[in-house]
Design a protein around this ligand. Sequence first.
Ligand code: ATP
Length: 234
Amino acid sequence: MTVILEAQSLNTFYGHSHILFDVGFSVAQGDTVCLMGRNGAGKTTTLRSIMGLSMPRSGSVVFNGVDCTRLPSFKRARLGLGFVPEDRRILGPFTVRDNLVLGKVPGRKGRWTLETVLDQFPALKHLLDRPGGTLSGGEQQLLTIARALMGNPEVLLLDEPTEGLAPVVVSVLRDLVMSLKGAETTILLSEQNIRFAMTVSDHVVVIDKGHVVFTGSMEKFKEESAVQKKYLAV
Ligand code: ATP
C-alpha cells in the first residue's frame, strides 16, 4: 500500500473558532476514502485544509511525499490535487465548454482531455454551448466534476457530491465514481448520504466536532452500528 495523501494533526480555525482538532488520516493510492459526520462536523474544513483554501494553524498536509502545508491551492493543483466544492462554483455566464477548458491545470497531462471527459460525461456533449448557469443542479454537479478531471488530478477531493441531487443523478454519480475507481483515481470525498458512501468507499474517516472518532475499512465501519448511531444521523 502506497500512501499518496496524509493529513497530520491538522488544527484549523475560522477567526477565533477552533474547528479541526489534530485531524489526521492517510489515503492510499487508488483508494476511495469517505469523510463522514453530521452537519458542521468539519468535513468541508478538512477538505479545504488539504486543498489550501483554509490554512491550518498547525499540522501538515503531505501529498506524494511533498509537504504542501504552506503552498497556495493553485500550486497544490499543479502537484495533482483536484477539488470539487460543495457549492459547485460554475461560471454561470461562461459556456460549458469554457468551464471545462478553465479546469485545465498548467503542466498537468494525462488521460483527461476535452474529448475523453466528454466520453465519460456524455450528458454534457449536447450542452457545450450553453451558459453553465442555465444547467440543472445535477448537470452542474457533473460539470464541476468533469472540470476538475480536466486538470488530470491524481487525487480528487469531492465535497458532498450527492447533496441536493435527485436519485437518478445520484446513481449516475455512483457509476461515475465506480468507473474512476476502476481507472485507479484516488478519491477523498465527504458524504452524508450513507448508502452512497457505503457503495463507493473502501475506507471511512468519521469526524465529530472536529475530531477524528473512527478510521477503518468500509467492512469494519458497516459492523460498527454504535459508531453509526453515535456520530451519524442514522
Ligand atoms: P456540512 O455538511 O454542513 O457542510 P461539515 O462537516 O462540512 O458540515 P464544516 O463546513 O467544515 O462542516 O463546518 C465546521 C464548523 O465550522 C461548523 O461549526 C461551521 O459552522 C463552522 N464554519 C464553517 N465555515 C465557516 C466560516 N467561513 N466561518 C466561521 N465558521 C465556519
